[in-house]
Structure formats: structure tokens, C-alpha cells
Design a protein around this ligand. Structure first.
Ligand code: AMP
Length: 191
């Protein structure tokens, strides 16, 4: 049986990582961010160096590399007992283009999509550069790189939503406080 997954969906800076971490405090959920997975790679390895080249420009890492690493990492987490195969994965940052959709669907059973909607993500650029400084991220320190991430979202990622049944998609106004958005998420998932 495939592992269950809920997609955390929305533009860069919409708060899906924060919400994923909060929701993962509930039993039976595991937050899995592809960005965090890539950032944890050793840059001295060939894969790590290759991935960093894409991330620093906020370009998408090639699909095969991404899905291969996701599969390996999830397998390792289960083996190490960090994740249970019965957990619902809160998938943060994947799929990010149309080609990744069938690859994700082959691995996981997507039961819901939480769409954190921000009307104008370009207004969040300042907030994102500040966050990047605090977290020591090398990509979003540069406003041009943040804008590139937003552009990729519009051009490639938004199309992903159309490939899932409308009934799975829950649109959430992501401009509210962290607590309000979290409560909305809990209501949608019927806690
Ligand atoms: P994030 O932390 O989700 O904003 O991701 C940071 C960076 O990791 C992105 O700008 C991409 O370079 C890379 N990345 C994350 N997820 C994916 C994905 N599903 N496919 C390709 N590249 C990704």
C-alpha cells in the first residue's frame, strides 16, 4: 500500500513550512520538505554540489534527482524509525512542476491539498530576504533570486493544482496569523 500524503501547496513565503511543522506535532503526521532535504546534503559530494548550483539560483533541481532522493530519504527515515509507513507525509515543496505529479502519485497516495493562497507573493520579498538572513540561507538573501522563485511558481508550479481533482484542494487564506491559519488547517482536517 502507498503511503498517504497531504500536499502543502503555495508560493514561496506563504508559510507552508511553518504550518507543516506545526501540524507535524500531531501524532500520525510527518513534515517532509524537499528544500530541507536538499539543504542537508553534503556540498562536498557530487550530488550535493550539483544540487547547490540549482538552489542558489532557485532553479528547480532535475526531476529524476529530486524523486530519487525523496525515495531514498523516506526509505532511510522509515528504516531509522524516524517516520512510520503509517504516517501521513506533509509534503512541502513537491510536486513543483507537472512532470513531478505522476512521479509523486506513483510513490504516495495524495489524500488532500492544502493550498496556502497569497494574493500577491511579490509583496513578501522583503520578508523572505529577512528570513533568509536569519536562517543562513544562501538563496533568498538576494531579492532577484526570490523573484525568480516566485516566477517559477507562476510558470510551473501553479499548473500542478489542475492535475488533482478539485475536491482534494482546500484553499486557505494564508495572510492571517500563524495561529489562525493553523486553526483553519485543523478544521479542514477535522481535528
Ligand atoms: P524550498 O525550501 O521549498 O523553497 O526549496 C528550496 C530550493 O530547493 C528550490 O528553490 C529548488 O532549487 C529546490 N527544490 C525544492 N523542492 C524541489 C522540487 N520538488 N523540485 C526541484 N527542485 C526543488
Amino acid at each position: 500500500m502507498k503511503q498517504k500524503a497531504i500536499l502543502l501547496f503555495g508560493p514561496p513565503g506563504c508559510g507552508k513550512g511553518t504550518q507543516g511543522k506545526l501540524l507535524a506535532e500531531e501524532p500520525g503526521y510527518f513534515h517532509f520538505s524537499t528544500g530541507d532535504m536538499f539543504r542537508s546534503l553534503e556540498i562536498s559530494t557530487p550530488t550535493g554540489a550539483k544540487v547547490k548550483g540549482f538552489m542558489d539560483k532557485r532553479e528547480l533541481v532535475p526531476d529524476e534527482v529530486t524523486l530519487q532522493l525523496v525515495q531514498e530519504t523516506i526509505g532511510r527515515y522509515i528504516q531509522e524509525g524516524r517516520m512510520k509507513s503509517s504516517d501521513t507525509i506533509l509534503l512541502d515543496g513537491l510536486p513543483r512542476n507537472e512532470a513531478q505529479v505522476p512521479l509523486v502519485n506513483a510513490l504516495m497516495d495524495v489524500t488532500a491539498i492544502l493550498y496556502f493562497d497569497v494574493p500577491k507573493p511579490e509583496l513578501l520579498v522583503d520578508r523572505m530576504t529577512t528570513r533568509a538572513q536569519k536562517e543562513g540561507r544562501t538563496d533568498d538573501k538576494n531579492p532577484d533570486v526570490v523573484m525568480r522563485g516566485i516566477q517559477i511558481y507562476y510558470e510551473q508550479t501553479q499548473k500542478v493544482l489542475k492535475l488533482y481533482p478539485d475536491g482534494l484542494v482546500h484553499r486557505i487564506d494564508a495572510m492571517g496569523s500563524i495561529e489562525d491559519v493553523h486553526n483553519t488547517v485543523l478544521r479542514i482536517l477535522k481535528f
